[in-house]
Design a protein. Structure first.
Lengths: 301, 64
């Protein structure tokens, strides 16, 4: 049996980079310290912030709300409000929405649910008939809009999402494969008069460690995976990256560091179209029509 | 050794002592993608298992 590097108690987890073993207590401490450091290093949270936390009910957002609720006393006058976007995905979303509701009730955190049906008149399953391969793209565009609408409604100064290290590394690789430089260097956390800044406190936290954190803190639920996942390029990139990460520990972190370096080199350069207003709905965007209006047209709505 | 796979199906493997990591690789499972418990307790993947150990493998589901 392996012992915890901090106290010698039986270890429940091994962190690979750097190689360390932790018991449940010290793993929780290590996990929360790293999230706190990520927040501090990137100035993610300021006193007085009202943070709209995107709470899907899945493991990443559950871990995010748990760790932020533990770290909250450190920041002066910071308020959390959890927002769950219900896309209406059959056999998937109901369970996760329920999980989100239960967790916020236990933590005593304000919680609101916003549905695709309420905002756009249809759920995702209906919108995607015959377009399953575009599921993640369509869902991503509408969820982003739904989250923005809800965050504005509840007066948020920041939007926090549960994107983890694996997600971020996958995005770097996907944007490289697509040749999408603007998206590659985009930093949604930057203050911007058009958008509520988005912060990702778990962006340096591996996905596996998030699951361990939930398990040792009795917050693990076996929830279904989104049924549209298999259609996405991301699924293939995920498999490639986990293979590389296993053989070459630190690969994902290096990808994130590379993105940050390239972002610094591109600072001040015009790598994307300047922000303007959508000619139909008035939302800020980098084209004549915003992505939501473009999608509406392509769906014939 | 008895293994409970992520889909809850069971398998029996050679009881010779080796690390969980080695068992996972034999099953074609990437240790980065799963969490493992042995006899009901969460353990790191460099722990040695053998004999009548019961190993449960849980896949870290994506999306969240």
């Amino acid at each position: 049996m392996k012992g915890c590097d901090c106290c010698g108690e039986p270890a429940i987890a091994r962190v690979r980079e750097p190689n360390r073993h932790f018991c449940a207590t010290h793993f929780t401490g290590f996990f929360e310290d790293r999230v706190g450091r990520t927040i501090r290093d990137d100035n993610m949270i300021k006193p007085g912030d009202r943070i709209a936390l995107a709470l899907s009910g899945g493991k990443d957002s559950r871990a995010l709300i748990l760790v932020l609720s533990h770290l909250l006393p450190v920041w002066e006058n910071v308020h959390l409000v959890a927002i769950t976007i219900d896309e209406g995905i059959e056999g998937y979303r109901d369970e996760t929405v329920r999980a989100a509701r239960e967790l916020t009730a236990i933590l005593g955190i304000e919680h609101h649910t916003v549905s695709f049906e309420d905002l756009f008149g249809n759920n995702l399953d209906t919108l995607l008939v015959g377009r399953e391969r575009e599921a993640c793209t369509v869902c991503g565009i509408i969820r982003k809009k739904a989250l923005t609408v809800a965050a504005e409604q509840y007066s948020a100064t920041k939007i926090a999402t549960g994107h983890n290290l694996d997600d971020e590394a996958q995005s770097v690789l996907m944007n490289t494969l697509r040749g999408d430089l603007p998206r590659f260097v985009r930093d949604a956390a930057q203050e911007n008069p058009y958008f509520i800044p988005r912060i990702k406190p778990l962006s340096l936290t591996p996905e596996k460690e998030i699951a361990i954190y939930l398990m040792v803190n009795n917050a693990w639920n076996v929830l279904p995976e989104c049924p549209y996942t298999r259609f996405a390029l991301r699924a293939e990139v995920r498999g490639m990256l986990t293979k590389l990460e296993y053989r070459y520990p630190g690969t994902m972190l290096h990808l994130i560091e590379t993105k940050k370096k390239i972002g610094r080199y591109c600072a001040g350069a015009q790598v994307s179209e300047p922000i303007r207003r959508c000619r139909e709905c008035g939302d800020p965007c980098s084209a004549d029509l915003c992505q939501v209006c473009q999608l509406r047209h392509s769906l014939g709505r | 050794m008895n293994i409970i796979l992520p889909d809850n199906s069971g398998r029996t493997v050679d009881p010779a002592p080796r690390t969980i990591e080695q068992v996972l690789m034999e099953l074609g499972i990437n240790p980065i993608e799963v969490i493992v418990s042995v006899n009901g307790k969460l353990v790191p993947e460099d722990v040695i298992v053998s004999g009548n150990d019961e190993i449960r493998i849980v896949r870290v589901a994506h999306g969240g």
